[in-house]
Ligand binder design. Structure first.
Ligand code: DC
Length: 208
C-alpha cells in the first residue's frame, strides 16, 4: 500500500505520515528533506538558493543515506528549500529516487507537496493535510523555540504565507490537492486527533 500525503508547511503532514508508517509497518520518506539537503548544500557553500546551475549539480549529488535531519530542519534551510524546489532541473534530478523509494515492495508512506500528483499518482490512499495559516505559524513557532531557535510568530506567519504562495504558484509540480485526495484540515486537531482522522481515511480504503 502506498500512502501519499501532501500539504503546506506545518500542516501536520510530517507527524501524520510518521505515525501512519509506524502503525502499518511501512517505510517513510519525508521528501522535503531532499529539497532541504539541496538548499543546505548551496547555503553551506555561500551560493544563492536560486542559482539554478549549482542547485541542479547539488541535487544530483545528494546522498539521502547521510542526511543530518536536525541540521536540515533549521528554519533558513526550509526557506531556501522552497526556492530551490521551484527549479525544474532540481525536481527532475530528485524524481527517480522518490519513485524508486515508493515502488519498493510492501509499500511506503511519502509526504511532500507533489506526492499524490507527480511522484505517486497511483497511490492507494492520498491525503491532503492542511490547516489555517495562523495555526501553522503558531505550531512552527513552538517547534522552532523547542529546538532552541529564535522565532517571532508574526514573522513566521509572513514567511509561511510567502512560502505557500511560492510552493503553490511555481510552474513545475505546484502544491495542489490531487482530485482524488481526501482533505484533512488539522486546524482544530491535536497530533493524536490528526493521526486518528488520517487513520480512519486509510482504514476506509482498506475495508474497500
Ligand atoms: O515539507 P518541508 O517544509 O520540509 O519542505 C521544504 C520545501 O521543499 C517546501 O517549501 C517546498 C519543497 N518541497 C517540494 O517542493 N516538494 C516536495 N515533495 C517536498 C518539499
Amino acid at each position: 500500500m502506498i500512502i501519499a500525503i501532501d500539504g503546506p508547511a506545518a500542516s501536520g503532514k510530517g507527524t501524520v505520515s510518521r505515525k501512519l508508517a509506524a502503525h502499518y509497518g511501512l517505510r517513510h520518506l519525508d521528501t522535503g528533506l531532499l529539497y532541504r539537503a539541496v538548499a543546505k548544500a548551496l547555503l553551506d557553500a555561500s551560493h544563492a538558493p536560486g542559482d539554478e546551475v549549482r542547485a541542479i549539480v547539488a541535487a544530483k549529488a545528494i546522498n539521502p543515506a547521510r542526511f543530518d535531519e536536525s541540521a536540515l530542519k533549521r528554519y533558513e534551510v526550509g526557506e531556501a528549500a522552497s526556492v530551490v524546489s521551484a527549479i525544474p532541473g532540481v525536481r527532475a534530478a530528485l524524481l527517480d529516487f522518490q519513485k524508486e523509494f515508493a515502488a519498493a515492495p510492501s509499500g511506503a508512506v511519502l509526504d511532500g507537496r507533489d506526492i499524490g500528483t507527480v511522484i505517486c499518482p497511483n497511490a492507494e490512499v492520498k491525503i491532503f493535510v492542511t490547516a489555517a495559516p495562523e495555526v501553522r505559524a503558531h505550531r512552527r513557532t513552538l517547534e522552532l523555540r523547542g529546538r532552541g531557535e529564535k522565532a517571532d510568530e508574526a514573522a513566521v506567519l509572513a514567511d509561511i504565507m510567502s512560502r505557500d504562495e511560492r510552493d503553490c504558484s511555481r510552474s513545475t509540480a505546484p502544491l495542489i490537492q490531487a482530485p482524488d485526495a481526501h482533505l484533512l484540515d488539522t486546524s482544530t486537531l491535536d497530533i493524536e486527533g490528526s493521526f486518528r482522522a488520517a487513520l480512519a481515511l486509510v482504514e476506509r480504503y482498506r475495508r474497500g
